[in-house]
Design a protein. Structure first.
Lengths: 309, 269
């Protein structure tokens, strides 16, 4: 287990380093001068040079990268050009909203995916199955920047059950979470179904039925538990899609999270903030995947013994 | 089989709108001030938008945007990804290790986040969207073709070709790529659906084509401000995206069953 842990940790660190490098290059190699944006076009050349030196932008790119990395290690993400405040402060403000949205989305998608997937599997090739898989197909194909406005139209404007946008009490998280959760539920329910189908054919399922267990206990205790492992892995992998989808969904609902901050930073050309947002979301994704792998290896000895090659 | 006619029909219509849109003498930018936000039926099939423009005509021009972007992004991604994945996996050693590491780093960016950041930095425009989405898109094909080559390169027919003294490039072209075509085609089909959504998503965020050019995503963005008075502005482009993406996914599913390819498990590191 220790060898496996070490192998996975070094791998993740290397990836995070690469991600940091790409995000840094992204901002520094692309046309557009941040100094010009900060001072406006009418600023004098002397003023520009002073600011450039103050920001360290006159140094070679490698030196800048070195400084940036040094700052990151001390959790110093720079200062926002637009808000004139430390970027880390801004991120900390926005994190709870995105965390709440992500948690609610996971809850919604699992509440949808597990019943659908299990029913589709035990009633294979019936109308139940096609209905559940039809829903899954629709869920994958509907873009969340369309589903969001549709839900607002029906549930906020016509029925008036939920607020149109913003973060105002617990009810306001419902529509964003459903918007973001539908796509995830669609992918998950397919996985639950195929994983359940595999488990249903196992010998221990027959044994459980043969010894007279009630059908629902056979399915839930013996079936679903064993079918869970691949679903957990997929959940970890799908979290990335969820975080990226949050950028769009938060924009639709004006949900004050990290995703909306990303879009705002693009609109205001606030490079340090954009850099930090992309870095934060990607690093979270890498760490969650690492955690999924470790939990998976911990649960299933076959991986930690055979893996880590 | 009859169920496949509908998706085929939708996609044919999509291609037809792209190819034939310019011959229809449309006036998608013509403003009818007296018809602003008018609902469908009143002078135009799908009504008018917030500037008094025909929504049906803008839908046709928008089809062109999404078709061209998907064509270029999927085409370039398949080309670059397959080339990189195949060549480095076949050469092996140092080349392969560097590519695997690079692919891992790109895959660490969730979904279209990198494309959003890139499109935002490059500025709006259809060519910048293609660049941003291709930068993100090639990785999947590289990984898929790498996994394929790793399992193919020890097959007898490749060894025979090597023994006969065939060049590396010849073996890649004649003995590896033809055998990898099926899974790549399936992947590329689903890729079209992903790019249609991604392009519309970028345009929705205001990072795509700029007005007065039309994009389905930008139409949804404009429409979401007038939802109470003119829901048709959001409904029409949304149905269009949904229909195209659903059709592509249905065909992709069928194609996958038909070619019997399962997603190849990554054999990397």
């Amino acid at each position: 287990m220790a060898a496996y842990l070490f192998h996975r940790l070094t791998g993740a660190l290397l990836v995070i380093f690469g991600v940091t490098g790409i995000v840094f290059l992204l901002v520094h190699l692309i046309p557009g001068d941040p100094v010009e944006i900060m001072l406006g076009e009418s600023a004098s050349v002397a003023d520009r040079e002073v600011l450039r030196a103050a920001l360290g932008l006159d140094k070679p790119v490698l030196t800048q990268f070195y400084h940036y990395l040094g700052g990151l290690l001390q959790l110093d993400l720079g200062t926002s050009i637009h808000f004139r405040r430390p970027v880390s402060e801004l991120l900390l403000e926005r994190l709870p909203a995105t965390g709440l949205l992500a948690a609610a989305t996971l809850a919604v998608s699992m509440a949808l995916a597990f019943p659908l997937g299990v029913i589709a599997a035990i009633r294979r090739n019936t109308a139940w199955d096609s209905a559940a898989m039809g829903f899954s197909m629709l869920g994958v194909s509907i873009p969340n920047f369309w589903l969001g406005p549709l839900l607002i139209l029906v549930f906020s404007l016509w029925l008036g059950w939920f607020p149109v946008s913003g973060h105002d009490g617990f009810v306001s998280v419902v529509l964003p979470a459903v918007t973001l959760g539908t796509g995830l539920a669609a992918v998950l329910s397919r996985m639950v179904r195929s994983s359940m189908l595999e488990v249903l054919g196992e010998d221990y399922m027959r044994t459980a039925r043969a010894k007279g267990l009630a059908p629902h206990r056979v399915v839930l205790r013996h079936g679903l538990r064993n079918a869970l492992l691949p679903v957990i892995t997929l959940l970890g992998l799908q979290l990335g899609a969820l975080l990226a989808g949050a950028v769009i969904t938060e924009t639709v609902f004006s949900w004050p999270g990290v995703g909306l901050l990303t879009i705002e930073s693009i609109q205001t050309r606030d490079y340090p903030v954009l850099q930090a947002c992309v870095l934060l979301i990607s690093t979270t994704y890498v760490l969650v995947n690492l955690l999924t792998d470790i939990v998976y290896a911990w649960i299933d000895p076959r991986i930690r013994i055979g893996g880590g090659q | 089989m009859i169920r496949l006619w509908i998706p085929f029909g939708v996609l044919a219509l999509w291609a037809l709108m792209t190819a034939g849109g310019q011959y229809l003498s449309l006036t998608p930018n013509l403003i009818h001030l007296d018809s602003i936000l008018n609902t469908p039926g009143s002078g135009a099939l799908l009504g008018f938008d917030d500037l008094g423009r025909h929504i049906d005509e803008r839908l046709i021009i928008g089809a062109r945007t999404s078709f061209l972007v998907s064509f270029w992004v999927v085409g370039l991604s398949v080309l670059v990804g397959t080339l990189v994945g195949t060549v480095t996996a076949y050469l092996g050693g140092w080349w392969d290790r560097v590519t695997v590491q690079l692919v891992d780093v790109f895959l660490a960016f969730p979904g279209i986040l990198l494309a959003i950041a890139l499109a935002g930095l490059l500025g709006p425009g259809i060519d910048n969207i293609v660049i941003a989405l291709t930068t993100v898109g090639w990785v999947g094909y590289a990984r898929l073709s790498r996994a394929q080559v790793l399992s193919l390169k020890h097959r007898e027919h490749v060894q025979a070709a090597e023994a006969l003294g065939s060049g590396k490039w010849f073996i890649i072209r004649r003995h590896l790529i033809p055998l990898m075509a099926a899974p790549l085609i399936v992947e590329a089909t689903f890729g079209i659906a992903a790019v249609v959504i991604a392009e519309a998503g970028l345009s929705f965020l205001g990072l795509g084509v700029q007005p007065p050019e039309a994009s389905w995503g930008a139409m949804i963005r404009d429409g979401s401000r007038y939802m109470l008075v003119a829901p048709h502005m959001v409904l029409a482009p949304g149905v269009a995206i949904f229909a195209v993406v659903l059709s592509v996914n249905l065909l992709g599913d069928r194609l996958r069953d038909r070619l019997d390819t399962r997603m190849v498990v990554d054999t990397g590191n």
